[in-house]
Every structure is written in C-alpha cells, then in structure tokens.
Design a protein around this ligand. Sequence first.
Ligand code: BES
Ligand code: ZN
Ligand code: ZN
Length: 508
Amino acid sequence: MKVYLKRESIERHKTACFVVGAFEGKKPEGLAKIIDKKLNGLVSKLFKDKDFEGKPNQTRLIYTQGKIPAERVLLVGLGKEKEFKIEKLRQASGNSSKAVRDLGLKKFSTALAQIKIKKVSDPRLKHSGASYEVSKAVTEGAILSLYDFTSYRTEKREEIKRVDEIALLVEKEDKEIKKGLDDGVKISEAVYIARDMINHPANTATPTYLSEQAKKIARKSGIKCKVLDRADMERLKMGALLAVARGSDEPPKFIIMEYNGGKKGEKPVLIAGKGLTFDSGGISIKPSEKMEEMKHDMAGGAAAICAIKAAADLKLPVNVVSLIPATENMPSGKADKPGDVVKAMSGKTIEVISTDAEGRMILADALTYGERYKPKAVIDLATLTGACIIALGYHATGLLGNDNDLIEAIKKAGEKSGERVWELPLWEEYEEQNKSDIADVKNVGGRGGGTITAAAFLKKFAGKFKWVHLDIAGTVWEYNGKPYIPKGAVGVGVRLLVEYLKGVGSKQ
Ligand code: BES
Ligand code: ZN
Ligand code: ZN
C-alpha cells in the first residue's frame, strides 16, 4: 500500500473518494463547510436532519455530482472538539479507510491530516510538533485498519477488497508532516508483520519459523541476529526453558536481536518476549475448548521482534536487545511433569506445579541470559495469565514492575500510542505464595492474584535491573473488531514499545 502527501486544494483535487472529518456539532466547519457551500448546503442539511452529526466513528457518503472534482466525499465524525485526542483521529482514520475499502475503491484521498483544532484536551495538539502527531496518527489509523490476513484463503480471492493508494491531502508540505507519515508507515509495517506471525497457525509459526523470520527482518533492517538451538541452551544450562521444550518434537530456539542506534557502550534497553508457539498446557493439559487460541501465545515474542525492527527502521538513537525464547508446550512421554524440580539458568530451582505455567519458566531463563548486557531497563511482554483477563478484561495490558520511573514512562507511552496499560501491585507479600517446600520457588502461587504472583516469580529472575512486566493475555487478540484493529491478532506492544523507546532516545 502506498501512502503519500499531496498538496492540492479541494477545488482542484481529483479522486474517487475524499475523506473529510467533522466535529460533532450543529453545523459543518472547516473543510466540511467549504464542501457544504460547493454542494449547495447538503452537508448542513445532513447535520440539521441528524443524518450525520459528527459523532465518533460515524461515517456518511455523499456523491458530489460534478460540483467538485472528487467523485465522492466521505464525512467521518471526530466527536466533540474539546474532547479531541490523537487516538480519536487514529480511529476516525481507521473507520473512514475501512468504509472506502468496503465500497470497493482502490485509491482515495484523506483530508484528516488538515484538521484545525481550537479547543483540545490533548496537550500534544497545542505545541509545534502537532503536525507530526497528526499525520502519524492518520497514517497509522488508515494502514492498520486495512490489515487483512488472507494467506490461507484459496477460494474467491478476487473478491478480496484492497486499497492500494492513499493520498494525505495537505495545505503545506512541511518536514514534520512528512516525518509523521514516514514514521507511521514504518511502524504500521512492523505491526503488520507481528499480526501475521501471530495469525499464522502453529503448524506454520513454529519456533524455527519465528527464528527464520527474525533473521530475515534483521537482515533487512540492519539488526544483528543470532539464534541459539537446543545444544546451546544445554551448554548455558537453561533448565527452565529446556523443561518446557522437552515434550515437543519441534526444536526450541532462543532468538537474540541487537540494534545499536545509540552511543557506543551505552547500556541497552532489553526486551524479552514470550515466544510460545503453541500452548497445549503440556501434561497439565488445557480443556480442548478454545485451545486453538493458544497459537497466539508467542505474541510477546512477535512484539519483541517487531518493536526492534521498527526502532531500527526509525533509526532511533538507542541501543536495544530483544530476546525471544521460542518453544511449544506439549504433552508427551518426555514432557516435564507436575512435581518435577528443574534448575534454571540462574541456578535457582523451580518446582513445577503446573506445566501450563510455562511462560514464566521460559522468560526466567531469558531474563537471566539478559544480565550479560547490563541493561538500563528490562521490559518483558507475555500472554502470561488468564487471570489478567479476569482482572482487566480486554482493554488494558497488565503492568507490574520494580521501578517507578520506568513504570511511569511505560504508562505515558501507553496513553500516547493508544495501547493502554494498567498497573497492578507487586508488593512483597505476594512472593510468599510462590514459596515451595522443596525448591527455591514454585511456578504457581495459588488461586488469588494470578497475574501478580506470575510477575512476582519473574521478579526473582529480573535481578537488580529496572524491570517492567507486561501481561498481554487480554490485549493480544481482538474478538469484535475496533476502528483500526481488525478481528484477530492485534500486534499489541509494538507501538507501545516504539513510543517508549523514542522517549529513551531523546534523553541521550
Ligand atoms: N498462555 C497461558 C495464559 C493465557 C490464557 C493467555 C488465556 C491468553 C489467554 C499461560 O501459559 C497459562 O496457561 N497460564 C495459566 C497459569 C496457571 C496454570 C497458574 C493460566 O492462566 O491458567
Ligand atoms: Zn500455559
Ligand atoms: Zn502460555
């Protein structure tokens, strides 16, 4: 898909469809007002008759009948002007793009990057960087909303509707607007790759597949990439990861990616992502209902791979390392069993209470491996606990950590990117629940506070580093479809991490 800037007035711009935003109110303003005049008051009439009121996510198609060069105008609601936020713009861009796609059009133009805002609640829209944020949001909303996973459809492929060109119509072409568009394209590309990896079924997206993808991405984006196999893991004594991998015939992989955009010798940010390509539960097998969803248990790993790709593509001035322990969790005669005690790479012994609590095991060894980088911050992402869905539902990623500044920085990045996080407490008292009678720690802390005890387990392996854990169990998958997130894999975490890494970069 090509997205580009075009400087042209509405009186001259020829297009099959022209997307125009309108705030909620009694009458059209800005561009909508100009179009209203050209169309002899049609837009005003729509407002007056309440056929279109500018409510968020509302769209209305108008045929211009030769009164302007654009064949159609698609009005899209932006909601109340004083409640306006960048996230609303991203959503409006998403909704309008999908509406155009569903009309079967292949090309369209959008004026959403031209919106004029007088009263806003979003502070970013008041300073000079506003045009960057605006064009980035319009670009992201459009591209992300049009994602479609069609790899396995062999029938009626000709019926698949696809947009291949979007013009952002602007009044002036400044550097900020251009950079917003370019960054939006690169970030969306990274999210697309993450979504693809997660949507692919586990018979395609094996640990080997993930490692091959990581290598390919690394080659293209100028990232270093190394993949450890079972023998390397044995040498490193990654006993926790190996215990999980033991039941599967698919060879496990440990993916290491390094991007050095920062100063030489500057400590990196470490990202660790759970790359469990299929979680059957192992011997503590899951119920068969919805087990197919467990192909998405590698989404943390996908985010770690794609966030470092985006950081490299944006040339962020920061050093980043991504670590992805990748394996299946399967039952077999060789699988680890409840009651087994295994020795993690750190030397700590773990009593396996449930083989289904495997995410924390593989991440434990990834965190220990990460110590060699002496990272300035560690962020792990994992579809770790069903309990997180019980606690927060599907609209927030669970966040827990040991450093307030890092926690605040991630929260801020969550608000900015629209990938929101919500903090849960990680008080010492919770650690009691993970005490084992025979080993240093057990991998399940009982019924209460499952997301917290899982994080408390990881905390033991995060050492003394500044660390944040993100539980994406509730945010990994979209069940209904949102304005710019179609049904299926969300690619959650990529935009959040990029936003965070931008902040790190600017401080150097
Ligand atoms: N991958 C699952 C968590 C999960 C569940 C993610 C539902 C997304 C949707 C994880 O490995 C798991 O099975 N966790 C167990 C932990 C329990 C045994 C302590 C769970 O949540 O039930
Ligand atoms: Zn599990
Ligand atoms: Zn799992």
